[in-house]
Design a protein around this ligand. Structure first.
Ligand SMILES: CC(C)(COP(=O)(O)OP(=O)(O)OC[C@H]1O[C@@H](n2cnc3c(N)ncnc32)[C@H](O)[C@@H]1OP(=O)(O)O)[C@@H](O)C(=O)NCCC(=O)NCCS
Length: 181
């Protein structure tokens, strides 16, 4: 069993003790932390607030551990003293729904929680939402060197349909991937 500094010992079997739920404003500080640990160009707090409060095309979700341990509670007290601790966010994802197309814009799992099926649960939840809202296709961009994420996407039928040269600020190309829902 892997251990986590957030909830020691809680990340056991694949998908154990994890709930998928819509992202709320209270989740944002923890989402920002995972974002910074996962991407060289993380989103700003304002971006998440815009998506949650103003973008009617947006659907953002989190994967939350059902119970937070003492280490997580201490971490939260340092991060946001005087505010009640929200659920413990271990991953998040989002998409934009425009007409019949869903565009997956972000997906990340806290490094200490990877390899337990959480990214897959998040992707499945996004695709289910897209399907329920009559989307016919889902698209996304992924770094050419990010083979881990590409494996996950291919598992759900995503295929490479194009390449965007130097799409990322550091010069790396993006693969454009699509799946039919
Ligand atoms: C990509 C990411 C979200 C996967 O999350 P995860 O919770 O670790 O993945 P899961 O445990 O749900 O694994 C699901 C599938 O992903 C793929 N995968 C996961 N870890 C992998 C690894 N180390 N090597 C290769 N494929 C891997 C596999 O296809 C796996 O399915 P399998 O177990 O049946 O082989 C996670 O690695 C992450 O947050 N990476 C940094 C952010 C990122 O790159 N996001 C994607 C941006 S496009």
């Amino acid at each position: 069993m892997r251990t986590s500094p957030l909830v020691p010992g809680a990340a056991g079997e694949r998908g154990a003790a994890i709930a998928i739920a819509p992202m709320t404003l209270d989740d944002i500080p923890q989402v920002l932390q995972i974002d910074r640990l996962s991407f060289p160009q993380p989103w700003s707090e304002q971006s998440y607030r815009f998506e949650l409060l103003e973008n009617q095309h947006a659907y953002f979700i989190v994967a939350a551990a059902r119970a937070a341990g003492p280490t997580a509670r201490r971490w939260w007290e340092r991060l946001a003293p005087r505010r009640p601790m929200p659920r413990q966010v271990v991953g998040y994802a989002g998409l934009w729904l425009v007409v019949d197309e869903a565009h997956i814009n972000t997906l990340a799992v806290h490094p200490e929680w990877r390899g337990h099926g959480i990214g897959e649960q998040l992707l499945v939840a996004l695709l289910a939402h897209a399907r329920a809202h009559q989307a016919l296709t889902a698209t996304l961009e992924v770094r050419v060197r990010n083979l881990t994420a590409q494996h996950l996407y291919r598992k759900y039928g995503f295929e490479e349909v194009g390449r965007r040269p130097r799409y990322y600020r550091d010069g790396e190309d993006a693969l454009l991937m699509t799946t039919h829902l």
